[in-house]
Write a protein that binds this ligand. Structure first.
Ligand code: FES
Ligand code: MG
Length: 587
């Protein structure tokens, strides 16, 4: 039978040769074209949507199990409005959502799975460009990683932070208040009734954590990398301006498709340098280190922990937000948000780096507002600190590196020698934390093993171990803690994280024993286990790997292929790009 031809206006078909959605799906004149169009018509679209206009996939990490992303379907409506306005055809689709507070054993176990979902959904469908709707911690890097591997024009719209938390007339920050109040309850400074009251005042609106935790950090990273429109990162989730900028994003992605402006054009080594420097200036999360390494891997940009340490050095710490400082994301937005920060540190940035606006980051920032509140965003001449970003440590305890967030650490512990108290699992530590006879004092170095990417598996946020009750009751609120785990971006303390290689693969962390001396010297960037080579060799010979509990499914694939923290914890076979081409038909 003759295929229907009325759906393919000849004029547009010629004009749009090269548009993948048209050439390989909606513009086809044969049986396959019939199939592609006919079933789409079930949604009530009229003929024009098949005329070769850019199809914009709105890739949505919405889920009611990810409370931080629960409003993203509404935000998608604003993006669609913009796409229609600019002459595109928007199609929203769901991908796996990762809720930091719910998912077990840790959302990080699934970041790469989300990235695969995004990658295959984008490549396998008639999509010319995409808007990634993200929010909660892992949803932003996971979505970006997937889109980068496909390399179609991509624009990120994060969902925005919650309004500031409130408790008894004071602002309280997501996560940060939980860690603090839990310590206060343990130390007898807070009642259970107050603890419960704080719980209901902390999360008052849609949005992600409103501290400078991982979600806010990654929103800022998306903007500093050039993937999100200028000024997007800090707008509260419920502020009308978030919906307005989402509409602008919808308009802009259609133009980006026309311009063929792709992630590989934007995610250059300069873009990563800008992101790392921005992260130091905002006092952002240590998790950004792992996510930036993974994103760089997808686009083939060479990026190392050493680069990140070097780039962060000398960057003034300007943003006084919890967990390192005092304020919250609402305050940050009202004070000028990320553009105000970037404007302050512009001489330290690669100003020519191109962004989704089609202009350079320098041009974007020049058009933005100046800092309006020098308490929340300090001027570059009056920083909260200098070189307070995430430092990379090396030594015989972490041959491939470890990190510590200097702005969240205690000054007095940045150079420290102490005796190790070792726990081989976080469960073992949880059993010991309330023990009033625990052999521990304020100089003890708490060491946690087997919480790395393979060991847990998934590298959970348990590295900021609660201070043992015995010491908390004496008013001690920080100790040196060392592990192969991560910590929440909302957490704080002198916490050495991401030790590589991890204990589960036989890294030196696995060989530490209670009573060993450990030397931490952050200014010198060293982490040293004061045990002789001979003794370590003996222990290594005796070491037995902790068997991974996963014999099938995703966890099995993950454990078999995950890379160490210094390489970004991607799966080894996901590093790189496959592009957007799909050679074969489905029918
Ligand atoms: Fe989702 Fe913090 S729990 S952003
Ligand atoms: Mg987190």
């Amino acid at each position: 039978a003759e295929p229907p031809s009325r759906a393919i206006p000849a004029d547009r078909s010629a004009a749009h040769t090269g548009r993948r959605s048209f050439d390989h799906w909606f513009g086809e004149k044969d049986r396959n074209g019939f199939i592609h169009r006919s079933w789409m018509r079930a949604q009530g679209f009229s003929d024009e949507v098949f005329d070769g206009r850019p199809v914009i996939g709105i890739c949505n990490t919405w889920s009611e199990l990810t409370p931080c992303n629960a409003h993203l379907r509404r935000l998608a409506e604003s993006v669609k409005r913009g796409v229609w306005q600019a002459g595109g055809f928007p199609l929203e689709f769901p991908v796996m959502s990762l809720g930091e507070t719910m998912l077990r054993p840790t959302a990080m176990l699934f970041r790469n799975l989300l990235s695969m979902d995004v990658e295959e959904s984008l490549r396998g469908n008639p999509i010319d460009g995409t808007v990634l709707l993200t929010g909660c911690d892992k949803t932003t890097p996971g979505s970006i990683m997937g889109a980068a591997s496909v390399d179609l024009p991509t624009l990120v719209v994060t969902g925005g932070p919650m309004l500031n938390g409130k408790f008894r007339g004071c602002d309280i920050g997501s996560g940060t208040a939980v860690w603090r109040f839990t310590q206060d309850v343990n130390a007898g400074r807070m009642t259970q009734e107050d603890y419960a009251a704080a719980e209901s005042g902390m999360s008052r609106s849609n949005g992600h954590c409103m501290t400078m935790g991982t979600a806010s950090t990654m929103a800022c990273m998306a903007e500093a990398l050039g993937l999100q429109l200028t000024g997007s990162a800090a707008i509260p989730a419920v502020d009308s301006r978030r919906y307005a900028i989402a509409q602008q994003a919808g308009q802009r992605i259609v133009q980006m498709v026309e311009e063929d402006l792709k992630p590989s054009d934007i995610l250059t080594r300069d873009a990563f340098a800008n992101a790392v420097r921005a992260n130091a200036a905002i006092g952002g999360s240590t998790n950004a280190v792992i996510h930036l390494l993974a994103i760089a891997g997808r686009v083939g940009v060479k990026l190392t922990l050493e680069d990140m340490d070097e780039w962060a050095r000398g960057v003034p710490w300007l943003v006084d937000l919890q967990p390192s400082g005092r304020y919250l994301m609402e305050d940050f937005y009202y004070a000028g948000g990320l553009p105000a920060v970037l404007r302050e540190i512009l001489p330290l940035l690669k100003a020519d780096a191109i962004t989704v606006t089609g202009r350079s980051i320098g041009e974007n920032v020049a058009q933005s507002e100046r800092t309006v509140d020098t308490e929340v965003i300090r001027a570059v001449g009056n920083p909260l600190g200098s070189g307070a970003g995430t430092a990379v440590l090396k030594g015989n305890l972490a041959p491939d590196g470890a990190v510590v967030k200097q702005s969240a650490a205690s000054e007095r512990l940045l150079q420290h020698r102490g005796k190790a108290l070792v726990f081989s699992s976080i469960e073992e530590y949880d059993l010991a934390v309330d023990d009033m006879d625990l052999d521990v004092d304020e100089d003890t170095v708490l060491v946690l093993q087997n919480a790395g990417p393979r060991g847990y598996p998934g590298m959970p946020e348990v590295g900021n171990m609660t201070i043992p009750r015995k010491l908390a009751e004496q008013g001690i609120d920080d100790m040196v803690r060392i592990s192969d785990a991560r910590m929440s971006g909302t957490a704080y303390g002198t916490v050495v994280l991401h030790v590589a290689p991890e204990a589960a693969v036989g890294g030196p962390l696995a060989l530490v024993r209670t009573g060993d001396w450990i030397e931490l010297d952050v200014p010198a960037r060293t982490l040293h286990l004061d045990v002789s080579e001979e003794e370590l060799a003996k222990r290594r010979a005796d070491w037995q790997p902790v068997t991974a509990p996963s014999d099938r499914g995703w966890a099995r694939l993950y454990v078999d292929h995950v890379t160490q923290a210094n390489l970004g914890c991607d799966l080894d076979f996901l590093v790189g790009r496959s592009g957007s081409a799909v050679a074969r038909q489905s029918h």
